[in-house]
Design a protein around this ligand. Structure first.
Ligand SMILES: Cc1cc2nc3c(=O)[nH]c(=O)nc-3n(C[C@H](O)[C@H](O)[C@H](O)COP(=O)(O)OP(=O)(O)OC[C@H]3O[C@@H](n4cnc5c(N)ncnc54)[C@H](O)[C@@H]3O)c2cc1C
Ligand code: FES
Ligand code: FES
Length: 489
C-alpha cells in the first residue's frame, strides 16, 4: 500500500487497525510494554531477508515504507508462506496453521487470547530467525525473545513450551526469493520525496544533514521507542518528521583497529550484539534492556540523544570511555566524550542543525574488568532504578585506571569522577573497595521517585561496588541474573 496520505505521526498500529481494518493486531498498553501489537518486519540485508518483531503501537507507519510486514492475519493466509516439502496440493490450499500458531494450540498457550496475536508474531520472528536456520530454541533464548510480550492469564510455561515445540512441527517457509524480489521492485518505485515532504527519510548522511539544516522544526526520530510514547501518551502532534534511520552511514557498525564505530541508527539489538562480541559478560545486561521488540526498533543513538538519566546504555558507554560524534552540514563533525554531551536534565550540547552520527567505543584493554549492574523492580523489560557500570584496569594488584558510569543518581547519566580518583593508583583490596563505596555513596544526591527512594539508590551504589569487589575475588554473585525463569517461579 502507499502511505502518501498518511500523516507523519500516525502509528503503524493506527494504520493497521483503523485504516486497514486489520484488527488481529491488538492494542494493549500503547507504549511498547505489553507486546499485544507485535508485528514482524522484513528487510534485505546483504542479500538475505532479515526479520524483526517490533511494537506497532509506537512505530510510525511511514518508517516501514519499503519493508515487508507480516501481521497475525498473514500467517495462515499469506500465499508467500507455504508448507515445506511434499504436502499434497489439497493440504497446501487448506488453511494451515503456522508452527507458531499450531504450537500455541498444542501447548495450551492461550486462554483469553488477547496477548496471543502478539506472542504468535514474536514466535514467528523466532521461527524465521532460528528454526529456519537450523538453530535450536533453548529455554533461555525463548525467555529472552519473549520478554517483551506479557500474558495475564495463561502463565508463561506453556508459551515457552510452544516456542520450543515449533521446530518439531511440519515446517512452513516464507518464499524469501519472491519477497526479496518485491522489496527490490519497491526500491525502484519512485518514492521521490518533495523537499517539504511531511516525512523525510534521507538515504545518505549528507542528505540527512541538509534536511536537518533545512527543516530545524522537524521532529527527529530514529526507532521511535521514546518519541512514540510522546505521541500515544502525551498526545503530541508532529507535522513534520525527520527519520534518521534510512541514512546508510548511520546504520553501520565499523570495526577499526582501536575502536568500534557504531552508527547512531544501529538498532539496540545490533549495537548490543557488537558490544557483547567484545564483552561477552554484557549479554544479560543487554537482554534486560526493554524487551526484544523495543530493542529491534530502538537505536543506540536514540538512547544517547534522548539523554534520560535512567537510560541504560550511557552508564555503560561512559565506563567504556566512549566518544560521540556530532555532525552538521555547515560545520562538519566534532567528537567529544559521551558524558560531555549532557548539560542538564534531558539537555545536551547538540545545536539545532546537528545530529548524533556515531558512537566510538575503544576496544577492551588486557587488564580491564568490566561489570554492568541494572537494578529495577522487575527483572525483565523494566527501567532502571539504578544502573552502575564499573570498568577497572587492575595490574600487579593495583588499580591502574578506573571508569565508572552511573544512571538513576543524577539529572543526567554521569561519570563517577570522585570514585574513579579514589580508586586510581590504589592497591585493589577490600579496604580500597570499601573506601571507594563510601565515596561513591557520597558523590551523588539521587532523588526519590516512584522507582526508588534517594536513600535506597545511594545504598545500592555502595552495595554494587561491594559486589564488584566480591566478584573480583571469585565469589559467585547470588542474584536474579543467575536464575532462569523456571527457577524463579
Ligand atoms: C517498553 C519500553 C521499555 C524501555 N526500556 C528501556 C530500558 O530498559 N533502558 C533504557 O535505557 N531505555 C529503555 N526504553 C527507552 C527507549 O527504548 C530507548 O531510549 C531507545 O534507545 C530510544 O531509541 P530510539 O531510536 O527509539 O529513539 P527515538 O524515540 O526515535 O528518539 C529519542 C530522542 O532522541 C532523538 N534522536 C534520535 N536519534 C537521533 C540522532 N541520530 N541525532 C540526534 N537526535 C536523535 C530524537 O529526536 C528524540 O528526542 C524503553 C522504552 C520502551 C517503550
Ligand atoms: S500495545 Fe502494548 S506494546 Fe504495543
Ligand atoms: S491469554 Fe489472556 S492475556 Fe494471555
Amino acid at each position: 500500500m502507499a502511505l502518501g496520505n498518511v500523516p507523519p505521526d500516525r502509528t503503524l498500529l493506527e494504520v493497521l487497525r483503523e485504516d486497514l481494518g486489520n484488527t488481529g493486531t491488538k492494542e494493549g498498553c500503547g507504549e511498547g510494554d505489553c507486546g499485544a501489537c507485535t508485528v514482524v518486519l522484513g528487510e534485505e540485508r546483504d542479500g538475505q531477508l532479515h526479520y524483526s518483531a517490533v511494537n506497532s503501537c509506537i512505530r510510525l507507519a511511514h518508517s516501514v515504507d519499503g519493508m515487508a510486514l507480516w501481521t497475525v492475519e498473514d500467517l495462515a493466509e499469506d500465499p508467500l508462506i507455504q508448507p515445506v516439502g511434499d504436502a499434497p496440493a489439497a493440504a497446501r490450499q487448506a488453511i494451515t496453521l503456522h508452527p507458531a500458531q499450531e504450537a500455541m494450540v498444542q501447548c495450551h498457550g492461550s486462554q483469553c487470547g488477547f496477548c496471543t496475536p502478539g506472542f504468535v508474531m514474536s514466535l514467528f520472528g523466532m521461527y524465521q530467525n532460528h528454526v529456519c536456520h537450523g538453530r535450536p530454541i533453548t529455554r533461555e533464548l525463548a525467555q529472552e525473545e519473549l520478554s517483551g510480550n506479557l500474558c495475564r492469564c495463561t502463565g508463561y510455561r506453556p508459551i515457552l513450551d510452544a516456542a520450543q515445540q515449533m521446530a518439531s512441527l511440519p515446517g512452513m517457509a516464507v518464499n524469501e526469493a519472491e519477497v526479496l524480489q518485491k522489496l527490490k521492485l519497491l526500491r525502484h518505485v519512485a518514492l521521490a520525496q518533495a523537499a517539504d515532504s511531511a516525512y523525510i527519510a534521507p538515504p545518505t548522511l549528507p542528505d540527512l544533514l541538509a534536511a536537518r539544516a533545512a527543516h530545524p522544526g522537524a521532529q527527529v526520530v530514529a526507532g521511535c521507542t521514546d518519541v512514540g510514547l510522546w505521541v500515544t501518551k502525551q498526545h503530541k502532534q508532529y507535522s513534520q518528521v525527520l527519520d534518521v534511520t534510512r541514512a546508510a552511514e548511520l546504520r553501520q557498525v565499523a570495526q577499526h583497529a582501536d575502536a568500534i564505530h557504531i552508527g547512531a541508527a544501529v538498532t539496540l539489538t545490533d549495537a548490543f550484539a557488537a558490544l557483547t562480541a567484545q564483552w561477552p559478560q554484557l549479554h544479560r545486561f543487554a537482554t534486560r534492556f526493554a524487551g526484544l521488540p523495543v530493542r529491534n526498533s530502538g537505536t543506540l543513538g536514540g538512547n544517547v540523544a534522548n539523554g534520560s538519566p535512567i537510560g541504560d546504555s550511557m552508564p555503560l558507554l561512559i565506563a567504556l570511555r566512549a566518544q560521540v560524534v556530532l555532525a552538521s552540514q555547515a560545520r562538519g563533525e566534532r567528537q567529544l566524550p559521551l558524558e560531555d554531551l549532557y548539560t542538564g536534565y534531558r539537555q545536551n550540547v547538540m545545536a539545532a542543525d546537528e545530529l548524533l552520527v556515531r558512537i566510538v567505543v575503544p576496544r577492551p584493554s588486557a587488564q580491564e574488568r568490566l561489570r554492568a549492574y541494572k537494578i529495577s523492580k522487575r527483572f525483565d523489560d523494566d527501567i532502571s532504578a539504578v544502573c552502575l557500570v564499573l570498568n577497572l584496569d587492575i595490574a600487579d594488584g593495583t588499580v591502574q585506571r578506573a571508569s565508572i558510569g552511573a544512571g538513576g543518581v543524577a539529572a543526567t547519566p554521569a561519570r563517577a569522577r570522585q570514585t574513579e580518583a579514589a580508586l586510581t593508583g590504589q592497591p585493589w583490596t577490600e579496604a580500597t573497595a570499601q573506601r571507594a563505596a563510601a565515596v561513591l555513596q557520597a558523590e551523588f544526591s539521587p532523588i526519590s521517585d516512584m522507582r526508588a527512594s534517594g536513600a535506597y539508590r545511594r545504598q545500592v551504589l555502595g552495595s554494587l561496588l561491594q559486589r564488584y569487589w566480591l566478584e573480583s575475588q571469585g565469589q559467585p554473585s547470588v542474584s536474579l541474573d543467575t536464575l532462569t525463569l523456571e527457577a524463579a517461579v
